[in-house]
Ligand binder design. Structure first.
Ligand code: DGL
Length: 266
C-alpha cells in the first residue's frame, strides 16, 4: 500500500497549488494529478454535473491504483465529497474541512468570511463545517465568479483585478471579518491584492498546507506513508495538455514535466 500513489484532482489548473503543498509535505509520495480542463469551470455548474465529473475522475484514479484521493477542488469538495466517499474504495479527503478548521483556529473576533465560486457558496459547505466546529462563529459568504478567469488569464497584477476585488471585498470589510477563507483553488494567486485591500490584520486562510498535514497524518496513522525515495509527479489533463502546461507556469514556481492527455469516458 505504501508504494501506491496519492491521486489528486481539480477542475483544472488551480489544484496544482495543492499538489505543490502535498509534494513538499510528503516528498516521498508519488502523486498523480488530474486536471479536468475539458470541463472547467465547475464553479458555475450544478451539483449533479460536478458529482458526475468527480466520480469519473475518481474511477480513473482508482484504476491507476492510488491509495487515497485528495479533492483539491473546492467546488467538487463542496458538492461531491459525500458521494465520492460512498462510491470510492479508497479514502477521500476534501479541502473544506481543513480550511474551516484553520479558520476557526485563526479567528480572534469570531467573524469569518468565505470567498468561493458560486456553487461552493450556494452549497454553504464551509458555513456548515465552521458551525460544526464553532457554533457561535459569525460567517459571511461572498461568491467571486470573476476571479478564476482573471487568474487563468494571468491578470492577477492588473488594475482591473484590484477594482473587481475591491467590489467583492466591500461587504467583507463592512462585516469586520478578521479571517478570510480563500475557498477556491485559484484565489491563493490573488493573495497580494486581497491582502493589500483587506489590511494586514486580516488573516487569509488557504487550505493547501492544512490539507497536506491532514493527508500526512491520515497516511501515518494507517501506516501507509512512504518514507523513502523521491516522489514522482504524473500530471493528466482532459483537454489540451500543451495549454495546461503553459498556464501551469503562471501558477507554480516549480517546473512541471509532461502533461498527458486523458479524456474521461474515452
Ligand atoms: N477548482 C475550482 C474551485 O476550487 C475553481 C475553478 C472552477 O470553477 O472550476 O472551486
Amino acid at each position: 500500500m505504501k508504494k501506491r500513489a496519492i491521486g489528486v484532482f481539480d477542475s483544472g489548473l488551480g489544484g496544482l497549488t495543492i499538489l505543490d503543498a502535498l509534494h513538499r509535505t510528503l516528498p516521498h509520495e508519488d502523486l498523480i494529478y488530474f486536471g479536468d480542463s475539458a470541463n472547467v469551470p465547475y464553479g458555475s455548474k450544478s451539483k449533479q454535473t460536478v458529482t458526475r465529473f468527480s466520480l469519473d475522475i475518481a474511477r480513473f484514479l482508482e484504476n491507476e491504483g492510488v491509495k487515497m484521493i485528495v479533492v483539491a477542488c473546492n467546488t467538487a469538495s463542496a458538492l461531491a465529497l459525500s458521494e465520492l466517499r460512498k462510491q470510492c474504495h479508497v479514502p477521500v479527503l476534501g479541502v473544506i474541512e481543513p480550511g474551516a478548521k484553520k479558520a476557526v483556529e485563526s479567528t480572534r473576533n469570531g467573524r469569518i468570511a468565505i470567498l468561493g465560486t458560486e456553487a461552493t457558496i450556494r452549497s454553504k459547505a464551509y458555513v456548515k463545517a465552521i458551525f460544526k466546529k464553532c457554533p457561535q462563529a459569525h460567517v459571511i459568504q461572498q461568491a467571486c465568479p470573476l476571479f478564476v478567469p482573471l487568474v487563468e488569464e494571468n491578470w492577477a497584477k492588473k488594475p482591473a483585478t484590484r477594482l473587481i476585488a475591491s467590489s467583492y471585498l466591500a461587504p467583507v470589510l463592512r462585516y469586520n471579518a478578521d479571517t478570510v477563507i480563500l475557498g477556491c483553488t485559484h484565489y491563493p494567486v490573488l493573495k497580494p491584492v486581497l491582502a493589500s485591500l483587506l489590511g494586514s490584520q486580516v488573516k487569509l486562510v488557504d487550505s493547501a498546507q492544512t490539507l497536506s498535514q491532514a493527508a500526512m497524518l491520515f497516511l501515518h496513522n494507517r501506516q501507509e506513508q512512504e518514507t523513502t525515495g523521491r516522489g514522482k509527479l504524473t500530471i493528466y489533463a482532459s483537454d489540451d495538455p500543451a495549454r495546461f502546461k503553459r498556464l501551469a507556469g503562471y501558477l507554480l514556481k516549480e517546473k512541471i514535466g509532461t502533461v498527458r492527455l486523458k479524456k474521461l469516458n474515452a
